[in-house]
Design a protein around this ligand. Structure first.
Ligand code: DGL
Length: 273
């Protein structure tokens, strides 16, 4: 796996994974990256586990074909549904996943009350349940499923009055319960963090685990594999020009994105021709 022109492969259902990718690129500027956004299937949050596993597997295969020596599942939802599955299907590939940053949030909280904003699949997943069992005893954790925030982040519409009202609906009960930290347990949410912070005020910390995930990516890069020299590559199963616009606005990167299509059985990804 990897070998010549070895890269870091990064996947998400949409632009959310760019919040992780930018930290990886900051920490490992010499490592080429290849990013896939499965915007055709967005949102992943309400989908079934087998469906998310199927898409994650197809994207991972594509990333390996592009030279990925490490794959980062830059999506809490895909990690919740498919991390163990992917590790079984690709046993020799280092795979970095995401889980809600409950531990650092509880460590920082003085009130002992923290909120977690996530998708439905993340909230219902075994990864999150284990974290609650491990770290939340004697604390109050308020889990808020916030599917509309994914759509708002994709559209970058967080400052419209409608979006503000939706955000308020999600976070005000968390703040009213005394939370002083909120975990952004979906990689889309750092891209609406400005609007969330406005609503919750400066006394509540928003916890984004992207930097920790980038560090973990550096740790699992195989020591015997030389990083390739390609420039970063961006792919989407959705609209390429809209993706490029968001990429530029959210990360400052001006790059061309290539379009991908799924095979008829939605298992194999190929270049849109
Ligand atoms: N960015 C994703 C996450 O971290 C998923 C959003 C979605 O497609 O529902 O959970």
């Amino acid at each position: 796996m990897g070998g010549f022109n070895a890269k870091i492969g990064v996947l998400d259902s949409g632009i959310g994974g760019l919040s992780v990718l930018r930290e990886i690129q900051r920490l490992l500027p010499e490592h080429p990256t290849v990013f896939v956004a499965d915007q055709q299937h967005l949102p992943y949050g309400p989908r079934s586990t087998p469906e998310i596993q199927q898409f994650s597997e197809g994207i991972t295969r594509f990333l390996i074909e592009q030279g990925a020596a490490v794959v980062v599942v830059a999506c809490n939802t895909a990690s919740a549904a498919s991390l163990f599955y992917l590790r079984e299907v690709f046993p020799t590939l280092p795979i970095v996943g995401m889980e809600p940053a409950l531990k650092p949030a509880l460590a920082e909280s003085r009130s002992g009350v923290v909120g977690v904003l996530s998708t439905q699949a993340t909230a219902e997943g075994v990864l999150y349940r284990r974290l609650l069992e491990r770290y939340a005893e004697g604390k109050q954790v308020i889990t808020q499923v916030a599917p509309e925030l994914v759509r708002i982040a994709e559209a970058q519409s967080q400052h419209t009055p409608e979006s503000r009202a939706i955000i308020r609906g999600y976070v005000e009960p968390i703040v009213a319960a005394g939370a002083d930290a909120i975990v952004l347990a979906c990689t889309h949410f750092p891209f609406v963090a400005d609007a969330i912070q406005d609503v919750v005020g400066a006394g509540v910390r928003l916890i984004d685990p992207s930097v920790a995930v980038a560090r973990q990516t550096a740790r699992v890069w195989p020591v015997d594999v030389e990083p390739g020299r390609d420039t970063p590559a961006y792919y989407t199963t959705g609209d390429t020009s809209l993706f490029q616009t968001r990429l530029k606005a959210l990360t400052g990167i001006g790059a061309t994105a290539a379009g991908l299509t799924w095979s008829a059985d939605e298992r194999v990804l190929g270049l849109r021709g």
